[in-house]
Design a protein around this ligand. Structure first.
Ligand code: IMP
Length: 201
C-alpha cells in the first residue's frame, strides 16, 4: 500500500481530462495527493510521440516523459472510443482520427454510422488506462464504460465524443449528464477507482 503523494502532475494537455481526473482524485475518500498540477502549468508543453500500440503503452509514454521533465510523480490517462460496427475504431486514434476539433470528429462518427439504424448496431465503449509513475514505480489501472452512439449530437458538458455517447442504463449522452454523474460511471472513474485500491486510506 502506498502513502499519499505530496505533488502529482497530471500528464495531459487536455483540460477536459485534467478537470475530470482532478475532481475524481480530490473527491475520493482517500488522501491521494496534496497538490494536483495540470502539466502545461508546470512547464511548457513537451513534445511527446504517442507511438504505442495500446492505451496502456501510450499512457506510460506520457507519464514517463513528464516524470523525466519534472522529477515528480506523474499520472497519465490514455483513452478512446471503440465502436463495434467500425471494428473498434477509432480506439487509440480517437483524438486524431480526423483533422479538426471535437465537433469535426463527432460529425465524422455520425457519418460513418449513418447506415446503422438500431441501437444494438451502434454499440460502443469508452476505455481508459491510467499509468502512475513515481520513484521508479509503475501502477496501471483500467476502466471501461459500455454504451452506444446517439443519432445526433446532444449536450454541452464534457469533451470529445461526449455529445454522442449514451452510457448503458441511460437515454441521454454523457454531455447531457452532469459532471457528477459522468464522474461516477465513466471509464475514467472506474480506472481511478482501481488506481486508488493501491493507496492507503
Ligand atoms: P488521448 O488519450 O489524449 O490520446 O485522447 C483520447 C481521446 O479519446 C480524446 O481526445 C477524446 O476524443 C476521446 N475520449 C477519451 N475519453 C473521453 C471521454 O470521457 N469523453 C469523450 N471523449 C473521450
Amino acid at each position: 500500500m502506498i502513502n499519499k503523494l505530496e505533488k502529482l502532475i497530471i500528464a495531459t494537455g487536455n483540460k477536459g481530462k485534467f478537470e475530470e481526473l482532478k475532481a475524481m482524485l480530490s473527491g475520493a475518500n482517500k488522501n491521494f495527493a496534496d497538490e494536483i498540477i495540470f502539466a502545461p502549468e508546470f512547464a511548457k508543453q513537451i513534445n511527446i510521440v504517442e507511438d504505442g500500440s495500446s492505451y496502456e503503452e501510450n499512457a506510460e509514454i506520457k507519464a514517463r516523459a513528464w516524470a523525466e521533465v519534472s522529477g515528480l510523480p506523474c499520472l497519465a490517462d490514455d483513452s478512446g472510443l471503440e465502436v463495434e460496427a467500425l471494428n473498434n475504431a477509432p480506439g487509440i486514434y480517437s483524438a486524431r482520427i480526423v483533422d479538426g476539433d471535437d465537433n469535426a470528429r463527432n460529425l465524422w462518427l455520425l457519418d460513418k454510422l449513418k447506415n446503422f439504424k438500431d441501437k444494438s448496431s451502434r454499440r460502443a465503449r469508452f476505455a481508459a488506462s491510467l499509468v502512475l509513475i513515481f520513484n521508479n514505480n509503475k501502477i496501471i489501472a483500467n476502466g471501461i464504460c459500455e454504451g452506444y452512439i446517439a443519432e445526433k449530437i446532444s449536450g454541452s458538458n464534457g469533451f470529445g465524443y461526449d455529445p454522442l455517447f449514451i452510457p448503458k442504463g441511460f437515454d441521454v449522452t454523457f454531455a447531457d449528464l452532469s459532471s457528477e454523474i459522468k464522474n461516477k460511471i465513466s471509464h475514467r472513474a472506474l480506472a481511478v477507482k482501481n488506481l486508488l485500491k493501491n493507496f492507503k486510506n
